[in-house]
Design a protein around this ligand. Structure first.
Ligand code: ATP
Ligand code: MG
Length: 556
């Protein structure tokens, strides 16, 4: 990182880490982890955590583990594990051999739970769920001790092993920590450590029928891996006393938990559970639908890893909850594509235009720069023919001077080409314009015509030497600014977030369009080839982002 980059990404967590290093805390080591639960695909909120954890490790020559927090047994996890790995790698981070699974520690968790029982700090409780709720108390009222709280250590050990051996029914007993039923922090009121779930686990099969709770498993996983700074989101601040309590009782090491605010992004949701519902109910075309805020969706939409890392840098890391405007994310990809996208021409709503004084069987090869500000990106040939297409929106029979495009009797320049003049608009029986008849001025290639003013410049493609394509335009999935806080977020799903244009024409160079390369369709926006529906026979392009910020426009 350059010095300014480091400065810009400085935040309170980096200050803590730097200070710990200067005090030689943790023997001068920095070890972080990114701990996703494999119950869905990663979203833009996870990118914030990934950039933070891997970023700190990189900056301080430390390590960052990828740990699957798979303490919840479920069947579908392998797909999610694979997708998570692909997404972290795509974002540009490498965990090397440091891939871990909380389920690898199941034996260790069990031993440590037994150790707590032996210390008299855990007990098997047979209250049912309703009773547990009743005994827990409320925020303003202390809870009551469970009648099972004072069982002997021997009895607890025996009962806990019957739980482990499958001799107890699901829901009939749990192992609880013996802390304080009157604690003002509800998390400290004898929290559950283990519960019975008679479900196979995708990594451990049927070996276990008891599974540890997150709070117990997470702090121990951190400690076992030698994590120094355990970074998590703010909602875990109230769990920190419990994180510390477990580690204080068990001699496994003691990482420091530090909380930062969750990313929330306007007009979308960042919760795997809710995103899964969009997928399961068919509101979107899978997890990688280009409208999804998932990393796979953003990738398919044409976002680059660099643009997402830049976004994470710009939003920073604080302890203040706030919701970020979509315009911020879009400006990151727009800046990236502004520099790196190839300029091309694509006509989204074509109308045929015939240049009557151009030979029918002639193709003239014009030359166009791939990026007007970057010569290194080279040039490409543009075939110019008697029949071309322009966009329907670029022609009007009549218009005032503000309309800088083609009008009947007026002149306009074809981008990288000649000045043309329109003298007839042919219509069908319904009065729709079907063809424009024009002439071109052969003296105007790269030269201004003498003594007359041309209205503007429009894009075009050859009718005979262009390729057909489908173009997909995207709007926001949610009309609500903050769908996440809506009573029912499904109600704010926008009805027209996808527009499919089936009859577009693109310049012939796009026959070689590559995945993961951005293209600016001049005057239209930034686009990329769709990785799911595009094939050699059929090109499908996605709108990545408009050329200009449309948010400020719609607000004014
Ligand atoms: P979700 O509600 O989407 O499932 P989660 O926090 O339960 O989110 P995990 O898979 O447990 O998802 O998250 C892995 C890591 O990513 C955690 O450390 C978590 O704090 C972090 N993370 C998740 N969502 C966000 C977010 N919106 N902003 C910042 N970090 C996040
Ligand atoms: Mg979760």
């Amino acid at each position: 990182m350059t010095e300014t980059e480091t400065k810009r990404s400085a935040n309170f967590i980096r200050h803590i880490v730097a200070e710990d290093l200067s005090n030689n805390k943790n023997n001068g080591k920095v070890a972080t982890r990114f701990p996703p639960e494999p119950n869905g695909y990663l979203h833009i909120g996870h990118a914030k955590s990934i950039c933070l954890n891997f970023g700190i490790a990189e900056e301080y020559q430390g390590t960052c583990n990828l740990r699957f927090d798979d303490t919840n047994p479920s069947k579908e996890e392998q797909e999610y594990i694979d997708a998570i790995k692909e997404d972290v790698r795509w974002l540009g981070f490498d965990w090397g051999a440091k891939e871990y699974y909380a389920s690898n520690y199941f034996d260790k968790f069990y031993d440590l739970a037994v150790a707590l029982i032996k210390q008299g700090k855990a007990y098997v409780c047979e209250l049912n769920a309703d009773q547990v709720r009743e005994y827990r108390g409320t925020l303003t009222e202390a809870g009551k001790n469970s009648p099972y709280r004072d069982r002997s250590i021997e009895e607890n050990l025996r009962l806990f092993s019957t739980m482990k051996n499958g001799e107890q029914e699901e829901g009939s007993a749990v192992l609880r920590a013996k802390i304080d039923m009157a604690s003002p922090n509800m998390n400290m009121r004898d929290p559950t450590i283990y519960r019975i779930r008679k479900i196979s686990h995708h990594q451990t099969g049927d070996k276990w029928c008891i599974y540890p709770m997150y709070d117990f498993a997470h702090c121990i996983s951190d400690a076992l891996e030698g994590i120094t700074h355990s970074l998590c989101t703010l909602e875990f601040a109230d769990h920190r006393p419990l994180y510390d309590w477990y580690l204080d009782q068990l001699d496994v090491g003691h990482p420091q938990q530090i909380e930062f605010s969750r990313l929330s992004l306007q007009h979308t949701i960042v919760s795997k559970r809710k995103l899964k519902l969009l997928v399961d109910k068919g509101y979107v075309d899978g997890w990688s639908d280009p409208r999804m805020p998932t990393l796979s969706g953003l990738r398919r939409r044409g976002f680059t890893p660099a643009s997402i890392r830049e976004f994470c840098k710009r939003i920073g890391v604080t302890k203040v909850d706030n919701s970020i405007e979509m315009a911020m994310l879009e400006s990151c990809i727009r800046d990236d594509l502004g520099d790196n996208a190839f300029r091309v021409m694509g006509v989204l709503k074509p109308i045929k235009l015939v240049i009557e004084n151009f030979d029918n069987d002639k193709t003239e090869t014009l030359n166009a720069p791939n990026h007007p500000q970057n010569e290194a990106m080279g040039t490409r040939p543009l075939p110019f023919t008697r029949e071309i297409y322009i966009d329907q929106d670029d022609f009007r029979e009549e218009a005032n001077r503000k309309y800088k495009r083609l009008v009947l009797g007026g002149e306009v320049r074809l981008r990288y080409g000649y000045v043309i003049k329109c003298h007839e608009a042919k219509k069908d029986e319904n009065g729709n314009i079907v063809e424009l008849r024009c002439t071109y001025d052969p003296e105007t290639l790269g030269k201004k015509p003498e003594g007359r003013k041309v209205r503007g410049v429009i894009h075009w493609v050859s009718a005979t030497e262009s390729i057909p394509a489908e173009v997909r335009l995207y709007g926001c999935l949610f009309s609500d600014t903050t769908p996440e806080t809506a009573a029912n977020f499904e109600d704010s799903i926008s009805e027209n977030s996808l527009t499919i244009l089936k009859d577009c024409r693109l310049e012939s160079s796009l026959v070689n369009a590559k995945l993961a390369q951005g293209y600016q369709f001049e005057r239209e926006g930034y686009f990329c080839l769709d990785s799911k529906y595009s094939s050699p026979e059929k090109k499908v392009f996605n709108l990545t982002v408009a050329l200009k910020d449309t948010w400020s426009k719609s607000a004014s």
